[in-house]
Design a protein around this ligand. Structure first.
Ligand code: ATP
Ligand code: MG
Ligand code: FE
Length: 332
C-alpha cells in the first residue's frame, strides 16, 4: 500500500511517498525559515502564502524521487491539525483535491500523532512504550499502549520545551529557529556555570513547567546587563539546556517506572537535541531502551504523517471531503 503524505501545519511544506506504512520512498521538505527569520518567528500569513506557492512543486518532486505517480498511490494522508489554520488549510485542500481526482481514500492525521510515528519509519518498532513528545508547541508524556491507544501521563503547564528553546535563543540573539542554535553553541559552554531552577510541580510530578526557568534566564541576563558583567552566551545556553534536559529526562524515567515500561521513545523537534539524546542514553543504562528518530525525522516532515495515516487507515478510520483543518485539534 502506497501512501502520499502531506504536511503544511507550520513552516515546512512537505510531501512524502511511503510504502507499507514504514518504508520511505521519498520525503521532500521545503523549509520556509528564510522568510520568517527576520521576524524572529513564524508569520502565519507568510506561511500560508508560501505553502500555496510551493505545494504543487513539492508533491511533484516527491513523486519524482519515489518514481511513482498519482495513479499509483492507494491512500492520501494529510495533517489537519493542530497548527496554523491558514497553513493547514493549504495541505487539507490540496489532499482533498488529490483524493477526489484519483478516487483514493483520504485520511486526516493529527500532527502530534505524526511526530510519534516518526519512530516507526524504516524499522519494525512496535508499542507499548513511553513517548516523550517535545516540539515547538507541545510537551507531552504519553503511554502508547497500542496503535491509536494513548494515555497522557504528563504535560507542560505553560511553555512547550521547543518554545522555551526558541525564546531563550532570541534573548541570546542566536536567531530563529533557536533549538539548533542553542544545541550547537552549548557544546562550547560549561553547563554547570549557572544553576538555573528545574521546576518541581507539587501534586502532579509528571507535568512540566518551563516558564519559571525562562524567567530565571531572562532575569540573569538583565542582571548582567545592568551590572555591566559580560555574558558568556555559551555558558548560559549550556546551563539553560541542562535544566530543560534534566526535567525532561527525570519525568520520563519516572513515567516509565510507574507504568512498568522498559521502552522509551522520543518525538518532536526537541528530540533532535544532542544533549537530550546523550543524557537519555546515559540515564537509561541497562534498565531502559531509548529510541529516537533520525534528526531529520524529528522536525516536521510528511513521511511521519504518511506513516500515522497508514496505521489509522488500517484501524478502520477514514475521512471524507468534509474533512476540516483545526488549529487546536486534540489527540487526547
Ligand atoms: P508542533 O509540532 O508542536 O506543532 P512545530 O511543528 O513547530 O510544533 P517541531 O517541528 O516538532 O515543532 O519542532 C520545532 C521545534 O524544535 C522548535 O522549537 C526548535 O527550536 C526545536 N528544535 C529543533 N532542533 C532542536 C535541537 N537540536 N535542540 C533543541 N530544540 C530543537
Ligand atoms: Mg518548522
Ligand atoms: Fe511539529
Amino acid at each position: 500500500l502506497i501512501t502520499l503524505g502531506i504536511e503544511t501545519s507550520c513552516d515546512e511544506t512537505s510531501a512524502a511517498v511511503v510504502a507499507g506504512g514504514r518504508k520511505i520512498l521519498s520525503n521532500v521538505i521545503l523549509s520556509q525559515t528564510e522568510w520568517h527569520e527576520k521576524f524572529g518567528g513564524v508569520v502565519p500569513e507568510i506561511a500560508s502564502r508560501k505553502h500555496l506557492e510551493s505545494i504543487c512543486a513539492v508533491v511533484e518532486k516527491a513523486f519524482q524521487e519515489a518514481n511513482v505517480d498519482f495513479n499509483e498511490i492507494d491512500l492520501v494522508a494529510v495533517t489537519h491539525g493542530p497548527g496554523l489554520i491558514g497553513a493547514l488549510l493549504v495541505g487539507v485542500s490540496y489532499a482533498k483535491a488529490v483524493a477526489y481526482a484519483t478516487k483514493k481514500p483520504l485520511i486526516g492525521v493529527n500532527h502530534i500523532e505524526g511526530h510519534i510515528y516518526a519512530n516507526f519509519l524504516e524499522n519494525d518498532f512496535e508499542p507499548p512504550f513511553i513517548c516523550l513528545v517535545v516540539s515547538g508547541g507541545h510537551t507531552h508524556l504519553i503511554h502508547m499502549e497500542d496503535h491509536g491507544k494513548y494515555t497522557v501521563l504528563g504535560r507542560t503547564l505553560d511553555d512547550a520545551a521547543g518554545e522555551a528553546f526558541d525564546k531563550i535563543a532570541r534573548a541570546l540573539n542566536l536567531g530563529y529557529p533557536g533549538g539548533p542554535a542553542i544545541d550547537k553553541i552549548a557544546r562550547m559552554g560549561d553547563e554547570n556555570a549557572i544553576s538555573f531552577p528545574v521546576a518541581q510541580i507539587k501534586g502532579s510530578d509528571l507535568d512540566f513547567s518551563f516558564s519559571g526557568l525562562k524567567s530565571a534566564v531572562l532575569n540573569f541576563l538583565n542582571h548582567c546587563r545592568q551590572k555591566g558583567t559580560p555574558v558568556k552566551v555559551e555558558d548560559v545556553a549550556a546551563s539553560f539546556q541542562k535544566a530543560v534536559v534534566t526535567a525532561l529526562v527525570e519525568n520520563t524515567i519516572e513515567a516509565a517506572k510507574k507504568t512498568n515500561c522498559r521502552v522509551i521513545a522520543l518525538a518532536g523537534g526537541v528530540a533532535a537535541n544532542s544533549r537530550l539524546r546523550e543524557e537519555f542514553q546515559k540515564r537509561a543504562g541497562d534498565s531502559f531502551e531509548v529510541r529516537f528518530p533520525p534528526v531529520k525525522l524529528c522536525t516536521d516532515n510528511a513521511a511521519m504523517i504518511a506513516c500515522a495515516g497508514y496505521y489509522r487507515y488500517r484501524q478502520g478510520f477514514l475521512s471524507d471531503f468534509s474533512l476540516e483543518a483545526y488549529a487546536n485539534l486534540k489527540l487526547f
